[in-house]
Design a protein around this ligand. Structure first.
Ligand code: PLP
Length: 455
């Protein structure tokens, strides 16, 4: 009976409130508001436990790039689980799916990234990159090179090492991070820059800021520059085309490694398979997760250049173990899922569909720019943002006391559309690559209704 259902819903929410700690969530807020428990999904659509149909404009957490309910992925996982649910990569072992997935990633990624280390997600991919870089510089006899530079508003996960590269206040506050070697330079944020409209000047200034920071720290002390090709959690900050390539050139000139954190931007999110590809550049290391398994099971990866790999390999005696790893590195079920997900992107046509519908997405962003609350719209591929302002002419932000971001999310949910509402009232959008034109139009219609509700 409906009363019974209500009762069981309520008790589940109470259990959730009392016992489940949610990631990146206010503990007290969660006790008050509870969670929206999701029940099922198909394509672009989610259903919650109350039976509400929700159009997911954020692909889960920018990861379910192939959409929900892809049966071939379920079958790939089940087949692998039946055959061999687990194989360690430690010591002398390995498994075919992990080997094949490494091979596919080397084939698909920018030329020069020849080695793959598998992780459980993005945070430990970043953490692994930091550990390997440290090992590398010790191995090649440059132990002073340990300082790392990242961008303000950057997000590089929440491990004890990576959270310090992350430059979002909530990830630092109260955690007493060891912040001795993480440094930040301003992000290339055209809308909030007085150089808006002059891409070349924005790029040149960024390069200069990197040079200045390296000079300040001493070139002999700097290990690497970490960046997202497009900053995600910081509010989908889209740098000018050519920025990434210019930063690559600067890193080479400064003799520091460039780590492209493509956890969000890879696997067709910005159009091509990798955002680096669009700029014809190869980073020294690349971190991946999310779209690698499209969120169906956990997995991340670090891609490594031969230079870094050989440096580490040559630095250790042949029988010395490089002590970095986890029980589930290269997990065969995750790898089997990854292989099927990559097949769906390529042979399954999902990458191509994403590129096609990206045009519709861009039109949707352009179409909503006239709304009185919208200060800026920006995007690339199927990654986009709508930045809301109290005053368009002056780009004034809404008073934080209004808690507009919370109300935005709540209103969107009532209107049947899920997006992220970031700090500074930036709506983040990252729909799955399998969207139809009709679904794309529906996303923007529902967002417009949501903004109208809040006017
Ligand atoms: N790096 C970037 C650029 C990310 O966006 C994220 C997650 O959003 C991470 C790292 C951390 O990944 P995970 O949440 O899988 O640990």
């Amino acid at each position: 009976s409906p009363a019974m259902t209500l009762q069981s819903n309520r008790s589940l929410l109470e259990i959730d409130r009392d016992h489940l700690i949610h990631p990146v969530t206010s503990f007290r807020g969660h006790e008050t508001h509870g969670a929206i428990l999701l029940e099922s999904g198909k394509g672009m659509w989610l259903k919650d436990r109350e039976g509400r149909d929700l159009l997911d404009a954020f692909a889960g957490l920018w990861c379910v790039n192939v959409g929900y309910g892809q049966d071939s992925i379920v079958e790939a996982a089940a087949d692998q689980m039946r055959r061999l649910p687990y194989a360690t990569g430690y010591f002398h072992f390995g498994s075919e799916p992990a080997v094949r997935l490494a091979q596919r990633l080397v084939e698909l990624s920018p030329e020069g990234l020849d080695h793959v280390y598998f992780t459980l997600g993005g945070s430990d991919a970043v953490d692994s990159a930091i550990r390997y870089i440290t090992h590398y510089y010790n191995a090649i006899g440059k132990p002073a090179k340990k300082q790392c530079i990242a961008l303000e508003r950057g997000y590089h996960g929440s491990s004890t090492t990576g959270a310090g590269l992350t430059a979002l206040a909530n990830f630092h506050r109260g955690f007493d991070l060891p912040l001795r070697w993480q440094h930040h330079i301003p992000s290339p944020y055209p809308y909030r820059s007085e150089l808006e409209g002059d891409d070349a000047a924005i790029i040149a200034r960024s390069v200069q800021q990197l040079r200045d920071k390296v000079a300040e720290l001493g070139a002999d002390n700097v290990a690497a520059f970490f960046c997202e090709p497009i900053q995600g959690s910081g509010g989908v900050i889209v740098p000018p085309v050519g920025w990434l390539k210019a930063m690559r050139a600067a890193c080479t000139e400064l003799d520091i490694l460039l780590v492209a954190d493509e956890v969000i931007t890879a696997f067709g999110r910005t159009g091509p398979m990798f955002a680096c590809e669009a700029e014809g550049m190869t980073p020294d290391l690349m971190t991946l997760a999310k779209g690698l398994t499209a969120g169906y099971v956990p997995m991340g990866a670090v891609l490594m250049s031969d230079k870094v790999y050989q440096g580490i390999a040559d630095g250790a005696a042949a029988d010395i173990v490089i002590g970095h790893g986890a029980t589930y590195s290269g997990h065969p079920v995750s790898a089997a899922v990854g292989l099927e997900v990559l097949r769906l992107y390529t042979k399954g046509g999902i990458l191509a569909n994403g590129q096609r519908v990206g045009t519709r997405f861009a039109a949707g962003l352009a179409g909503i720019a006239d709304h009185p609350m919208v200060g800026d719209t920006r995007g690339r591929g199927l990654l986009g943002a709508i930045e809301l302002v109290a005053n368009k002419g002056h780009k004034t932000r809404f008073d934080p006391a209004l808690k507009l971001a919370d109300r935005l999310f709540e209103r969107g949910y009532r209107n049947g559309v899920i997006f992220r509402a970031f700090a500074d009232n930036i709506i983040g959008l990252a729909p799955a690559l399998c969207a139809s034109d009709g679904e794309m139009d529906m996303i923007f219609a529902r967002i417009r209704n949501t903004l109208d509700d809040l006017l």
